[in-house]
Design a protein around this ligand. Sequence first.
Ligand code: GDP
Length: 478
Amino acid sequence: NPASLVGVMMNLGEMVTATQSVPDDTLRMLADEMNFVLEIVSPEEEDRELLESFDIEFGEDEGGEEALVSRPPVVTVMGHVDHGKTRLLDAIRKTNVVAGEAGGITQHIGAYQVGAEVNGEDRRITFIDTPGHEAFTAMRARGAKSTDIAILVVAANDGVMPQTIEALNHAKAADVPIVVAVNKIDVEGADPVKVRGQLTEFGLVAEEYGGDTMFVDISAKQGLNIEALLEAVVLTADASLDLRANPNQDAQGIAIESHLDRGRGAVSTVLVQRGTLRIGDTMVVGDAYGRVRAMLDDNGNNVQEAGPATPVLVLGLTNVPGAGDNFLVVDEDRTARQIAEKRAARERNANFARKGVRFSLENLDEALKAGLVQELNLIIKGDASGSVEALESSLLQLDVGEEVDIRVLHRGVGAVTESDIDLATGSDAIVIGFNVRAAGRAAQMAEREGVDVRYYSVIYQAIEEIEAALKGMLKPEY
Ligand code: GDP
């Protein structure tokens, strides 16, 4: 039980509380100490196993080498606040050099695709339209590889700043090549050469200094050198990445952002990573699922299909998935529903586990001994004010020694309610019901939150049991 684990941890020199999360290393140490075999399963592994049980593999292109076709790079813009990430993303959108796309109303769907002419060839680049590395990190933390290349924006008048370094470390950790956009060269005092010098210290050496990182001096405000930057992105992709995917398979990818739209229901921008997504496909996105009712591109146009590295807004999901959730197309609606439901159940369990196990009368004594609690918080509900008061005063008179205080946080006449459980959850209290039961969903809630609710119909039984618990004499019930 939690209190004894806390005791063991304490002997090992680690001070923890029973409701605290601990790192994997601490768990390993605890398992060693107690001669347990410990297996730590990441959420990604768990999900892979879930999909495997449906005979689905996520993340691999089918059909081997011959099936692969080159695809555009997916790019994220990172850098210090105010260095011009948002402005750059806007400028790139406006520079969209592929003609014939005018007419549509540009929509911010969380990602967009632009064209670039590189060595006489028309190339495409997909941008994730949420600046900053929060989104990038959040997705990466969930095991989703969303980005092929990072553009690191550094304002030439400001130079390398803390978040510049943070951003470049994130990109490095994810093994994502970096193109440096030295921005604001229109500003007086801009010193692009200094930026190059500063970044050398962090392992980003400009090509012109014999390194392998491309630096492009730009002005996002004036739209200066944006095309050169796009070219650098394509060249960097060509030089260091093999970006290919199989367009002829069931689509898979990740959700970039989603929200509930008043008229359209759950809408989600997904980035297709392999395969082709089509209207009518049955898809699972995180714990949402549904048939693709319609798809819109970043210009607001309806599209029938979306291939690798294409972002599209999808309509038709049951609920709103999270950023970084993976998506996949499956053959049957039933399979989609089952996967989504299993994921939702897993999420609920994880939430439950995060909340931790609370104190109950059974582990109270150990918690006291471990120094985890100095007081026993009680909530008393009863059928009549007389009995509630009698119970309360008897409990407060219990001789429980110096180490512990009994505190009655709340008392009242009536059933145990959800609000009582709420209070107990927030303050690690035990709930006593005297000749009353739990009302409505209070029992379920108590179970979910791990709140100990005790029912009595004889006062002295209640007193005895709590006294025993305080003295560590209470026998666990199985
Ligand atoms: P973010 O926080 O990195 O997204 O930075 P923003 O894109 O919001 O830009 C911060 C400020 O710098 C805004 O006032 C921009 O108009 C300005 N800015 C961005 N790029 C340039 C540029 O190339 N030249 C000049 N002079 N100002 C710029």
